[in-house]
Design a protein around this ligand. Sequence first.
Ligand SMILES: *Cc1c(COP(=O)(O)O)cnc(C)c1O
Length: 385
Amino acid sequence: MSSQPAHPTLLIPGPIEFDDAVLQSMSHYSESHVGPAFVATFGETLTQLRQLFQSTDASAQPYIISGSGTLGWDLVAANLVEAGESALVLSTGYFGDAFADCLTTYGADVTKLDGPVGGRPQLPEIEKALSQKKYKILTVTHVDTSTGVLSELKDLTATVKRVSPETLVIVDGVCSVACEEIAFDEWGLDGVVTASQKAIGCPAGLSISFFSGRAMQAFEKRKTPPASYFASMKNWTPIMKNYEAKKPSYFATPSPQLVHALNTALKQILAKPLSERFARHAEVSDKVKKAVQDLGLEVVATKPEDQAHAMTAIYLPENVKIPDILPKLAGKGVVFAGGIHKAIATKYIRFGHMGVSVTDPKRKDIDHALEALKSGLSECGYQKA
Ligand SMILES: *Cc1c(COP(=O)(O)O)cnc(C)c1O
């Protein structure tokens, strides 16, 4: 039994439900952020990230910085692109568009390739764009949380390396790290930015990122200083290196309690082969997609190969509205999210199925949610045609 007070099950695409041990790690007594005990925990947590990203490349650099997932975009925009340099943004929804906005804010010259609603830009058009102009970075949202569209990374990275080898490949993995396969070294990625509160299953408040040696070199070669003070790699890199070497160091105070929670969450994730975790998310995803289809409903991500494995965006029937269905679900103890993609926002809902809700065999969260969806829709007057 969970030691948490009874509460509706949070099945939105982040924050997600927490494991008791992760939550309890946050009630750690206060300690100095430069004392040996916390420095050891922080350093170990950075090293855990290397395993999470399946990387053994010593020149790759992990970062853990207080902030939300959005801070990862600032880190990329303020350090890896200089004003006037070009960025190619592959967008599959709201979050891809917002990454583009962030890059523009720092003065990048942004070209955006949009997928159709529920789809993604295809390799031939990406290859064409890359051969027409020199891009410093290409960004891709691994799972766009607004649509549940999964982007393919392996062939994409191979294409970039073939057509424009100097372009850095940067992944927004906020809704994919720890639920979708990411082989950082093997695929040749240059950066993945993520956050604590989605599939990692830690409370919100940490920006987590990982950059290749190549990305670090691109940063070193900048002609102008980083365009941010708090999000500056110049300020944070020595701190992260020192912490990982278990040496005290200070630029800005980290959150010891959140780092303890992240350490516990990563210990749990890394206690089993990552491949098992990814397979479990895929298995539950198949079950959810099948249940949605059996209800006569459609998934926003059109093609099966473009469907994320840790969330599902579901089109509502014509006559069922978000303000009707979400409260019905809440009444049954299940919290889903509404839509946020501007073209279809009122027409669909989002179901997050990641972390302990799918990996803990004692929890019946997913079955319960599927039953609630079925009965909730019927109470809203929906009958399968
Ligand atoms: C949630 C999310 C973000 C933003 O993260 P915050 O923690 O809300 O700042 C960025 N990208 C994707 C793909 C997300 O799912």
